[in-house]
Design a protein around this ligand. Structure first.
Ligand code: FES
Length: 106
């Protein structure tokens, strides 16, 4: 890939900027975030997290599964608790008491 390839679309951060951050001591996604704003856009790193971690792994020689996870933040917009409680298929909403409830009842 070309060094000018955009990795973080929200903040328009390219591969060259990520590599420069790594050369300046960044070892984790959070380090790169602090140095470049990568991951601070509206998607909150949903798009750029994996490509940036691949660059970190490639550049440092660290196995990809050992690159540390970023600090997670709450969603940028309001989200219903029932949405957060859904399973991966979007069904089986579970209450805090472990009971299955219909969407809108919580
Ligand atoms: S693509 Fe990086 S924050 Fe959205």
């Amino acid at each position: 890939m070309d060094k000018s390839t955009i990795v973080c679309r929200c903040e328009e951060i390219n591969i060259d900027e990520i590599e420069t951050a790594i050369k300046n001591g960044a070892e984790t996604f959070d380090d790169i975030k602090r140095l470049t704003r990568c991951g601070m856009g509206p998607c909150q790193s949903k798009t750029c997290f994996y490509p940036v971690n691949e660059i970190i792994a490639e550049y440092t020689g660290m196995p990809l599964n050992e690159v540390s996870l970023p600090r997670l933040r709450m969603p940028l917009k309001m989200v219903r608790m029932s949405t957060l409680a859904q399973d991966s298929e979007g069904s089986n909403v579970v209450s805090v008491f472990g009971e299955s409830v219909e969407d809108g009842e919580s």
